[in-house]
Design a protein around this ligand. Sequence first.
Ligand code: PA5
Length: 408
Amino acid sequence: MLSLITDRALKFAAPADADQAEQNARLSAFSMTGWMKIAQRESAAELDRIHAAAQRIRRESGALVLVGAGGSSLGARALISALGDGDFSVFFCGDNLSAKRMTRLRERLKTRDYSINIVSKTGTTLETLAAARVLLSDMEARYGTAAFGRVYVTAGEEDNALSRFARERECELFAIPRDVGGRYSVLSPAGLLPAAAAGVDIDALISGARDMAQSGRHTALRYAATRRGLYASGYRTEIFAPFEADLSDLASWWRQLFGESEGKGGGGIFPSRAAFTADLHSMGQYIQQGRRDIFETLLSVRDGGTLVIPRASYFGGVSDDLVGTDFAELNAAARRAVADAHAAGGVPVLEIELARLDAYNIGQAVYFFQLACAYSGVLSGINPFDQPGVESYKRKLKEILSNNRRSF
Ligand code: PA5
């Protein structure tokens, strides 16, 4: 079960007023809340189809390439780094415009059979379509018409160019529900299919999310209200820092979720991410003594596994006191030290702990952050589900390219 500790933050600011019933009512006025209907949404039949497709991908291919950007990539990436079984390779592309990176990926794919999953809710994201075109043409050259049997498409439920392509070429097609936005889509086929292919237990993931949907509202609202109280008291930047290296990509997903949801109308908490303890050796100085408008959310795992330091003396005895110590004990001590030192240095610290690093707990965490983000939006009086700023970039880019006489 996920737990939230706010003591080291409440010394700096009181939480915003947050009546549960009132915030729920405000939330229900928005239409893009399909991600909350998790129990109905991911039906047994849909999950069976995802499992079957994942098994087919693993049977037929040595690797899967996920072609997608933003919410159509970061969630899957977070799940796979945290929970993938490591027996199957998943590559990512379609979220940048680097010819070098794409060329390197194509080289790596030459030596293995592969499938691709093109993920785009709108079916119009330029980076995604550019990368997909390159891979589709490579696959046709290699597999002929059989190529399309290796192409899995995840697109918005509404009719668009990508879903039409999938139907025309008879690729297996999965839908991102109409009322689920990109950054809230990790528990839809956008995240579930690539995660299942990478060996993630998606049933446990969904079960964790469902349990959080039933029992986590109070805690999610407390997190949102505390963040809001800190923001109102001048704390403008939040650093989200997991103490598990395998949760770094979850931090990138978290950053998009909160950044795109809250950064509007000239305001919003600036979401930043760090990996602890690694970044204590790069960002620790700034956090301890830099501008005092930062607060932190530390994420840790209670049962993160054990690894005892062997009994042998090295380094002329320096650090011999580590002998017989478990990494888990060191990591827990580091978290306590960080929370104490940073709070003493004027940084409000929120702490979130997961019981274990498994699919059930990550399902809980993902749903918790989505809910907390939605509450943060309604507490701030903004729409946490739109992203007009992202659309402007996409529109401008297309304008520039069409002026260059290319059309997408
Ligand atoms: O959250 C969002 O809506 C965006 O970050 C999108 O996920 C991202 O721009 C990719 O869009 P699409 O899934 O339409 O390709």
